[in-house]
Unconditional design. Sequence first.
Lengths: 115, 118
Amino acid sequence: NAGVTQTPKFQVLKTGQSMTLQCAQDMNHNSMYWYRQDPGMGLRLIYYSASEGTTDKGEVPNGYNVSRLNKREFSLRLESAAPSQTSVYFCASSGLAAEQGNTQYFGPGTRLTVL
Amino acid sequence: SQKIEQNSEALNIQEGKTATLTCNYTNYSPAYLQWYRQDPGRGPVFLLLIRENEKEKRKERLKVTFDTTLKQSLFHITASQPADSATYLCALGIGPQMIKAAGNKLTFGGGTRVLVKP
């Protein structure tokens, strides 16, 4: 049981390049999330998927797209990377309903630098 | 606008003492509040959850209080140890009646770094 896995762990891009961050969970969770974490800003929600087949915007969705490929996998795509997207990206999943507290399980993160 | 504030300054504390962290929020009516621990280079890990109708929750050396009147949660680490050194994040969650409008999401504070010195 690996929990939440993310690939790659590190990535350096040039401005304008595109890439996809991969996330998978093996806990049979319905909900999955993408966050970015910047110094002094905390975790900010980019997109989330409450259940397979649905995706919704979070707090900072501009410049990103997502795909909930199946129940296990949720990918984040940067179509044209910008230096402002330099950050640490975390994927998370949750199997609990909101009334049960929506405890989230996080992956190890992807450290992205855009030059 | 909605805001969640944690002390951005690091908390330096001597081993054995109690560390107390605060989480204040405005323009929010959370149904529950969670605390997470984050070590350098790793993702956050869930520690404790407290609901709006609960005043206090304990787990081993951890204690959380939730005051919806003051719009504040306090997180205590008693008998602190160097292994408790990490960043601690609070997160607010909304109730099920609001899910359709706002989604099943958490909103995180910026975190407070704790350093326990031997």
